[in-house]
Design a protein around this ligand. Structure first.
Ligand code: 5AD
Ligand code: SF4
Length: 486
């Protein structure tokens, strides 16, 4: 169902009728109910009610936040950049300890706002809430939080919103897992011209350092027809670029009633008229098929970018990480991809300081970095996540050693990124214009197919357009260019 049809449907709901048990009808009922509560409160105060959504973490969370914002807007809140709002929701991440610490820090600030505005409601959801120790801590020391829910029941937000608005106690609803996928809820897109699209939820890989499988549950793929229908709707609404989202998109479709591979899904999506660019994230090297490489190579819409997390270059460490590939297999895969698609940009994630990492292991990682020559790499210091196998491993690495390795790795990846970016200087590329440049007046900023960023003279009329740009100069991580056509 597209957005305006949802609106019409909600208009017609009679709140005196029994609450529907089927989804998404049940949530439509609560949307309508929340709408009435918000309207009354707004009339009482003589001003609109404001909401603020703050997202931590990955693209998946960013997309989930668009669903939260969509509901808040539908029930009558006005979105504001300020956290001094009537309803504030944090969509949290827990992949590394730092993400959690930031949330606790911000909560102190929110508490201050709530003292000034006692009617303020504070909600927390997302990955961090799936950890029982977090919820215990919130219950004990953060009593001013009004609503806590997790990743599996985000579709119930409208219903939980009503419960919270109608009560003064802390509402907590966390599910351990689910195999439910609820379609057709309202979504408020951040960009009119590009959008994330979930193709699967959860993860079955259990890399030994990673908390995601515990907080996002088991792998579930969306039905291809639902995905295609959503993309067609987005394209009709002005979207030209989509990012297919999943923790491990390469294993898409395995658990469908009629199994389908990710490459087959891509071929179907490619056929959608009016769609110009297709991106996806994240690929696991162990599942990246030759079929996918072939589909990418011949595609005119799939972007020339592949994010291929390495994590470590040491075969023995990869084994303890439960990554299911060796250094040699990874290098061969990178080679195969570069041979089939020479202008592709390869990016990666690397962890340093995993338990037991020796200097030799680390040198293997540096060796892969030098051989693959990534266009960019996200480097992370290993963070111990309670409940994961790695957290229980002895031989955790002392901080000074990790810091030293991290700095050496960062320097290496940055030097290589700069050299790699140079290879496109002087070429002409298609660019999707994404925003007005914040620093340079009368400049806009856009992305090439390979995800590199370019700034060039232009104005707001170019936003959301695909234009042809000459890359005049490379300044490390971005280009300065000039537009030569539309
Ligand atoms: N510590 C540090 N980095 C981690 N990642 C996942 N779990 C951890 C952890 N415990 C990194 C991985 C992953 C990225 C999203 O976050 O590199 O690819
Ligand atoms: Fe963070 Fe992982 Fe959750 Fe994304 S899926 S928000 S990275 S914990």
């Amino acid at each position: 169902m597209i957005d305006h049809t949802i609106k019409e449907y909600i208009e017609k709901i009679d709140l005196t009728q029994p609450i529907p048990t089927e989804e998404p009808m049940r949530q439509y009922y609560f949307l309508k109910k929340a709408k009435e509560i918000v309207k009354k409160e707004s009339e009482r105060l003589g001003r609109p009610l404001f909401s603020h959504t703050n997202t931590f973490g990955c693209q998946m969370n960013a997309r989930d936040s668009e669903k939260l914002s969509g509901i808040l807007r539908e029930v009558g809140y006005m979105e504001t950049d300020s956290e001094e709002a009537d309803f504030v929701i944090y969509n949290t991440c827990t992949v590394r300890e730092n993400a959690n610490l930031r949330v606790y820090g911000r909560l102190g600030v929110l508490h201050g706002y709530k003292k000034k505005n006692p009617h303020m409601k504070i909600a927390l959801c997302g990955c961090m809430m799936q950890e029982p120790t977090v919820v215990e801590k919130l219950q004990k020391s953060y009593r001013f939080v009004d609503l806590i829910f997790g990743t599996h029941n985000i579709f119930k937000f409208a219903e939980l919103l009503v419960t919270t608005l109608e009560s003064n106690r802390m509402v907590i609803d966390i599910w351990k897992d689910t195999n439910q996928i609820v379609e057709d809820l309202p979504i408020e897109r951040k960009y009119p011209f590009k959008s994330g699209v979930n193709i699967m939820f959860g993860c079955n890989n259990f890399c030994s350092y990673c908390i995601v499988p515990y907080v996002r549950g088991r792998e579930r793929s969306r039905e291809p027809r639902d995905i295609i229908r959503e993309i067609e709707g987005l394209v009709a609404d002005g979207v030209v670029e989509i990012m297919l989202l999943g923790q491990n998109v390469n294993s898409y479709g395995k658990n469908l009633d009629n199994p389908m591979t990710f490459a087959e899904l891509l071929e179907e999506i490619e056929k959608i008229e009016g769609l110009e660019r297709i991106r996806f994230m994240t690929s696991h090297p162990k599942d990246l098929s030759d079929e996918l490489i072939q589909v990418m190579a011949k595609s005119t819409k799939i972007c020339r970018h592949l994010h291929l997390p390495l994590q470590s270059g040491s075969t023995s460490l990869l084994k303890v990480m439960n990554r299911k590939y060796t250094k040699e297999q990874y290098l061969a895969l990178a080679d195969k991809i570069r041979t089939a698609i020479p202008d592709i940009a390869l990016t990666t994630d690397i962890i340093v300081g995993f338990p037991g990492e020796t200097e030799e292991d680390f040198l293997e990682t540096l060796d892969v970095v030098r051989k693959v020559r990534y266009d960019s790499a996200f480097t992370f210091i290993y963070s111990k996540r309670t409940g994961t196998p790695a957290a229980a491993m002895e031989n955790q690495i002392p901080e000074e050693i990790v810091k030293n390795r991290f700095d050496r790795l960062l320097k290496e990846v940055q030097d290589i990124s700069k050299e790699m970016a140079e290879r496109f200087t002087g070429t002409t590329q298609t660019v999707l214009v994404e925003e007005l440049n914040g620093q340079m007046k009368d400049y806009v900023t856009g992305r090439l197919s390979n995800n590199h960023v370019v700034h060039f003279p232009g104005d707001a009329s170019l936003l959301g357009k695909l234009v042809t740009v000459h890359l005049d100069e490379c300044r490390g991580f971005y280009y300065i260019g000039s537009k030569i056509g539309e």
